[in-house]
Design a protein around this ligand. Structure first.
Ligand code: NDP
Ligand code: GDR
Length: 341
């Protein structure tokens, strides 16, 4: 059987980096879409670097942006992927209130640009859409594939649009397109402005005497926090089924931001209440109070089940902040992987 080819948008993000690692370990040729910026944005995948001049290099990067539909189309024609994992997005909920239009263009319409490129090129590839538990918003938990959406941010509205356009291209054109409705998943590679990483990082820094206070917003919000490397495995499993469908991926447990603070600070022997200060800048104009996923369909159809639950996740993330974790933050000694231009 010839080598399978995957295209990952958002390869420089948390999930993209773990997915690239996993697909390379399965023998795939992996292509990644990255944005051109004035500095390198490849820290999370530097350890996967392969010299693109080597004919057998299996990781290749290409410049492109979700706003640029024609580039996406020509890239698909050039790469001829078997599987497309569409992970790129403006993914920060709070930021989406500041940049609602940009969030719609990238997080929402970006999905249409990719699906339209697949339709126009006629490639028989499979398509994964990174849908989100944020789509449920204020609908009461537990949330499953049949739970109605009630989005509470421009980000969530864009994801609801992307969810439905993915289903529409499946129904209208027979494209093998799936929605993975993933609940929050975290890791040492999580972006530093998401609450779990912010807390784990601050706990370690305060324990080392590098920082005194941590400023946070709403501590009462409850989330279903799982471990990112396990969630990219679920993405891959979704694209291996014969019939495309949509799946919730979650742990089925819920903890508050307050609980996460307790886990991380207790791990370094500190009382978080002495170090956390409220800052209203981190509140959202409309909040999502409580998310708990019901992933029984994924367990039944995909054989997927999480092993790491939130308390262990908090320990993993805090330990990573206390030590150095490859791919988390520190520039690797190897040259940064870059597209050939
Ligand atoms: P990150 O924010 O870590 O990564 C986002 C990626 O998208 C980065 O590679 C970023 O590139 C890229 N990107 C952003 N805008 C553009 C653009 N205009 N053109 C091309 N690339 C762009 O997200 P995660 O890895 O955490 O999440 C992956 C996907 O899954 C996202 O779509 C997110 O919304 C969704 N999701 C995430 C969940 C989670 O808990 N992590 C849960 C449910 C859904 P750059 O590095 O240059 O910024
Ligand atoms: P979320 O993650 O909005 O669930 O979106 P985030 O970590 O940003 O917030 C989780 C909860 O923590 C509260 N919170 C704070 N959040 C941040 N970022 N910073 C703070 O200082 C702070 N204080 C309290 C928030 O109000 C919120 O209730 C993530 C993203 O990865 C999305 O892309 C993804 O779709 C969803 O998870 C599932």
């Amino acid at each position: 059987m010839s080598r399978r080819i995957a295209l990952i948008t958002g390869i420089t993000g948390q999930d993209g980096s773990y997915l690239a690692e996993m697909l390379l370990s399965k023998g795939y040729a992996v292509h990644g879409l990255i944005r051109r910026s004035s500095t390198f944005s490849t820290t999370r995948i530097d350890h996967l670097y392969q010299d693109p001049h080597e004919p057998d290099a299996r990781l290749r990067l290409h410049y492109g942006d979700l706003a640029d539909g024609s580039r996406i189309t020509t890239l698909l024609e050039q790469i001829q992927p078997d599987e497309v994992y569409h992970l790129a997005a403006q993914s920060h909920v709070r930021v989406s209130f500041d940049e609602p239009e940009f969030t719609g263009t990238t997080t929402g319409l970006g999905t249409t640009r990719l699906l339209e490129a697949i339709r126009m090129t006629g490639l028989p590839c499979r398509f994964y859409q990174a849908s989100s538990s944020e789509m449920y918003g204020i609908t009461a938990p537990p949330q499953s594939e049949t739970t109605p959406f009630h989005p509470r941010s421009p980000y969530a509205c864009a994801k609801v649009y992307a969810y439905w356009i993915t289903r529409n291209y499946r129904e209208a054109y027979g494209i093998h397109a799936v929605n993975g409705i993933l609940f929050n998943h975290e890791s040492p590679r999580r972006g530093e402005t998401f609450v779990t990483r912010k807390i784990a990082r601050a706990a370690a820094r305060i324990a080392r005497g590098e920082q005194q206070y941590l400023h946070l917003g709403n501590l009462e919000a409850r989330r279903d926090w799982g471990y990112a490397p396990e969630y990219v495995d679920a993405m891959w499993r979704m694209l291996q089924t014969d019939t495309p469908d949509d799946y919730v991926v979650a742990t089925g447990t819920s903890y508050s931001v307050r609980d996460f603070l307790t886990f991380c600070f207790a791990h370094v022997g500190l009382d978080w209440e002495r170090h956390v200060r409220f800052d209203e800048r981190y509140l959202r104009p409309s909040e999502v109070p409580d998310l708990v996923g019901d992933a029984s369909k994924a367990e039944r159809d995909l054989g997927w089940k999480p092993a790491v639950l939130t308390p262990e996740l908090a320990r993993i993330m805090t330990d990573a902040e206390l030590a150095e974790v490859p791919g988390a933050r520190t520039p690797a000694a190897a040259p940064a992987p870059q597209p050939q231009v």
